[in-house]
Design a protein around this ligand. Sequence first.
Ligand code: NAP
Length: 483
Amino acid sequence: MVSRIIPVEPFDLVIFGGTGDLARRKILPGLFRRFCAGQMPDRAQIIGAARGELDDARYRTLIAEAIIEFAKPSAEDHAQIEGFLKHLAFVSIDAKGTRGWEALESLLRDDVVRAFYFSVAPALFGGLAEQLHSYGLVDNNSRVVVEKPFGRDLASAKALNAALAVHFNEDQVYRIDHYLGKETVQNLMAVRFGNMLFEPLWNSQYVDHIQITVAETVGVGGRGGYYDTSGAMRDMVQNHLMQLLCLIAMEPPAKFDPDAVRDEKLKVIRALDPVAPQDLVRGQYRANETQSGFLEDVGNPTSKTESFIALKAHISNWRWAGTPFYLRSGKCLRARSSEIAIVFKDTPHSIFPDAGGTHRNVLSIQLQPNEGMTLDVTIKEPGPGGMRLVDVPLDMSFAEALGAESADVPDAYERLIMDVIRGNQTLFMRGDEVEAAWAWTDPLISGWETRGDRPAPYDIGSSGPDDAMMLLHRDSRRWREVR
Ligand code: NAP
């Protein structure tokens, strides 16, 4: 398969927080991979910015190490590191003070796309926007990229949107949700809107229910302090899981254009019903002989923050009335697995009463660890012995279907950063979308806070608390196995 990679236009990309974890693990390795793929123009300049006292040479060494550790380059790509580093510069700058801003100004060019990536704590976002403006560094062709978390409730998200809106138009603001940059997530749109096959069945008449699972095997790790103020609802559901839900549930946009797509997603969020307390389960992983539990990991023995959440959501519109969406996400679970499963209804009448068991078509979209799709189709079990039915997956793994080259899909960050340079906001969240998502989650959070609910303990390596199983059992359904 011949890939068609066209270099993006020349750009200056300033990464505030250019020495931080995200920059070293994701942003710069991602840019390096785009360089190797031939997408980086000769006149690309990447400026790392942080308070540390580095010069260009030391910054390049730091980033070369990060590339080797996190991009894991092949021998061929390894030889390209030197060439990539030539695009890098560093400015020692204080987001809150005056140091470094004139040095930054002197590096920026007027005839290229200008993008500012805020890979710093959200508390610095408003101040950075203010500084950029006061030093005259923002023009109509400038973009700003904002990392999650985008607020911790509706009020703080509104305040953040308002702070950015003082100096940037909405079409200049790129709010990252890296789930939207995943190949399979975009494939979800291709499958839905590029085929005749699925869309006629994509509604409550044919779909029994939908499951969205984002399961991790790791605990909160070194992020305990942050996580205790956040929890699975704020950290995963309000952004990643809701974005996935929107892409599954939205109406076909008239065109694949940023506002057309985001208008449809927004309508989904606004059509979500409030979640009843009995339709929501929260959990905390507990210590075992070898591993510490959530309370130890966050260093707060009385914490009521959840490391696991499962809920049943309903969308009140013509397409989805009566079809529940079950969402769950948690840490220290059995396997690392992110999956969307569209579970279709039983056939209205079985002409094979002796075929054994119930058989259902399931379209499963895997996001990690491997990206791909499977469609379970019911067929006759081969051989003699009558009409026995069996569900067989039609496997649509990219590698097998499209050749080895296609298995090397760009990381979400790579794609999203290139979209920023191209000026394409389709895969970024709009301000009103983020606010609507908080407007839905806020009452759920304040509900359990008011009731004083405690998350239920669950075993490390399990599928979460028993109550989460009951959430589906009550509806005569069951979760798909986390594997
Ligand atoms: P981090 O490792 O703590 O890095 C923070 C960066 O900001 C450092 O480069 C730091 O360098 C710089 N910085 C701090 N204060 C500054 C100031 N006053 N002026 C200029 N630079 C300053 O944080 P991170 O993990 O990279 O996260 C960055 C952002 O991405 C956060 O909003 C986080 O929520 C978000 N995020 C991170 C991840 C991840 O996997 N790490 C995932 C999703 C979202 P100096 O101390 O030298 O200034």
